[in-house]
Ligand binder design. Sequence first.
Ligand code: GRF
Length: 219
Amino acid sequence: MKTRRLTVLISGNGSNLQALIDARDQGRLRIEIVQVISNRADAMGLKRADRAGIPALIIDHREFPDRASFDAQLAAAIQAGAPDLVVLAGFMRIIGPAVLEPFEGRMINLHPSLLPRYRGTHTYQRALDAGDVEHGASIHFVSEVLDGGPVLSQLRIPILDKDDKTTLAARLAPMEHRLLVSTIEFLTRHEVECRDETIYVDGKPLNRPLLLQPDETLS
Ligand code: GRF
């Protein structure tokens, strides 16, 4: 099994990045995190990258006159690392075509909802307001539609009567870490392709997202 080269895009805390670093250090994931890119200079995830000895780069969208020039810079930076996979782990910017096209089918995003429900932000409150009995997280291939690309994997958690958006987010966070690590482990063990809005695993179309059960891994 060859080591996969990952570039991780972040905007904030970077706890999911940390989960990848820890899984790498424990020998659970055969990955090299070649680069961390943040659009915010104050992202805690930059400190995590630094501590782990991973090269990190800040590309602050506010320093660019328009979206196209930010996208061009971001695309060039990612390409310089020659990653096999680009992981959006709490990256709070829309990915434009200049970034997406070179990496289509090789770029995944972690989103805190059971897609296709609740694309965009405030997913916890929206699930609570709708009276949902469960919430969860999804990993999908990035497409030009925000949080809209084909969903590769999901994890579900129950919504409890006493939940508010803070408790729900706090319970989901460690589950997101598990989902991300397990999904990347799956990607290192299988041939996974995404073409024409369909995901193929070892040549077979994936009819529904992989569902990660509590205390299991994706096989
Ligand atoms: C996660 O909830 C992820 O689903 C969302 O942003 C959050 C990132 O958290 N896209 P962290 O920065 O990895 O701690």
